[in-house]
Design a protein around this ligand. Structure first.
Ligand SMILES: [Zn+2]
Ligand SMILES: [Zn+2]
Length: 104
């Protein structure tokens, strides 16, 4: 998969992002074409993409609670539709207490 074509020789090039270079918007970056060895400039455009989902609970329906994975998340549930989190404090604190008891 190529990112750009060289503006001189039209070779297909991948933008080199080593060390995080070239990710800022509104900055002019430089790269050397690996085919013709000329230096060209490029700017980066960050595209946002979104995915829309239905959410019953935000429309008067029920939350779809799902227990979080992991021992330290016992008693923590997150709605898979709206992202709301609810914590059963008693259950949660008990699990954490038991966890640290075992570490002793
Ligand atoms: Zn070139
Ligand atoms: Zn929800």
């Amino acid at each position: 998969m190529s990112d750009v074509n060289c503006p001189y020789c039209d070779a297909s090039l991948s933008i080199n992002h080593d060390d995080g270079y070239g990710y800022d918007e509104n900055v002019i970056f430089h790269q050397t074409c690996k085919s013709c060895r000329k230096v060209f400039t490029y700017t980066t455009v960050i595209l946002f993409s979104y995915e829309a989902e239905t959410s019953e609970c935000l429309n008067g329906g029920e939350h779809s609670w799902e227990e979080e994975r992991g021992e330290l998340n016992a008693g923590v549930e997150e709605c898979t539709d709206c992202g709301e989190v609810k914590v059963d404090n008693e259950k949660h604190e008990k699990a954490i207490k038991e966890y640290f008891e075992r570490l002793k």
